[in-house]
Design a protein around this ligand. Sequence first.
Ligand SMILES: CC(C)(COP(=O)(O)OP(=O)(O)OC[C@H]1O[C@@H](n2cnc3c(N)ncnc32)[C@H](O)[C@@H]1OP(=O)(O)O)[C@@H](O)C(=O)NCCC(=O)NCCS
Length: 249
Amino acid sequence: MAGLGTLKRVAGEIRRDVRAAQERDPAARGVGRLEVLAIWPGVHAILAHRVAHALVVAHVPLVPRLIAGFSRAVTGIEIHPAACIGSSFFIDHGMGVVIGETAKIGNDVTLYQGVTLGGTGFATGKRHPTVEDNVTIGSGAKLLGPITIGHGSKIGANTVVIHDVPPNSTVVGNPGHPVRIDGRRPEGPDADWVHLPDPVADAIKGLASRIGALERALAERGGENGAGDDAPDDTPPLRPARGPNPAGG
Ligand SMILES: CC(C)(COP(=O)(O)OP(=O)(O)OC[C@H]1O[C@@H](n2cnc3c(N)ncnc32)[C@H](O)[C@@H]1OP(=O)(O)O)[C@@H](O)C(=O)NCCC(=O)NCCS
C-alpha cells in the first residue's frame, strides 16, 4: 500500500534526522532520542517538513502550507513544503533559517541559525540553491540563486554566496570566495583576498613623497637666495573666534 510505504519512509527519515542532531550538536551528546525529539527546534522543523513534503508529493492541497506555517510560528524556521531535503539533515539552533521552494538539499547537511537558501529576485522556475551531500553552512550565511554547493564544502558564518562552490572547499566573505579547496589554499593571481591592492593609499603615498621632494627643492632654493628658514612668514596668525560657540555647549 502506497500510504503505508510513505509512512515507513517518513518514519525512517525522522529517525535519521534525530540521530544527526545527536551526532552533530555537541550539546546533544548523551541526550536521549526522545528528549531531542521533544526539545530541539531544528528537529521539529524537519519533522514537520517531512510530513508536509510527503503531502505535497501526494498532491494534497493547502494542508502542507498550513503545516509549514505552523512550524515556522513555533520554531522560527521557514521551509517551503516543496523543498527537497535529503536524509540526516540537521539545523542547529534554527531561528531565522529560510529554505526556498526550489531548493534541493543532499544527505548529511548541517545548517546553523540565520541561513537563507533564497532566490535573487522575482525569477520563476529553479531559483534556489542546490546543496550537495555533507555540506555545512555557518550561521547567517546567505546562498542566493540557482547555484550549486559542491559536496563536502563548508560555508563560513555570514558568507554571501552567489556563485557555484566547487566540492570540498571552504568559502568565506562577501562575496563568498574559496579560501581552501581540498584542504589547500587556492593559487593564482586572484587568490589572495587578504593582501588586496589599495589604489587610494598608493595615490596618497605618491602625493606625500612628491610634496616632500618639492619642500626639499624649495628649501634648497631658499638657501641659494639667502632666505631659507629666516624668510618672513606671511601666514596670518590664528585669531580667537568671536561670538557664541557654534558648537553650543
Ligand atoms: C568556515 C568554517 C566552517 C571553518 O572551515 P575550515 O575549512 O576549517 O577553515 P579554517 O578555519 O581553516 O579557515 C580558513 C580561512 O578562512 C577564515 N575564516 C573562517 N571562517 C570565516 C568566516 N566565517 N568569515 C571570514 N573568514 C573566515 C579563517 O580565518 C582562515 O583564514 P586564513 O586563510 O587567512 O588562515 C568556520 O570558521 C565557520 O564559519 N563555521 C560556522 C560555525 C557557526 O556558524 N557556528 C554557529 C554556532 S552557534
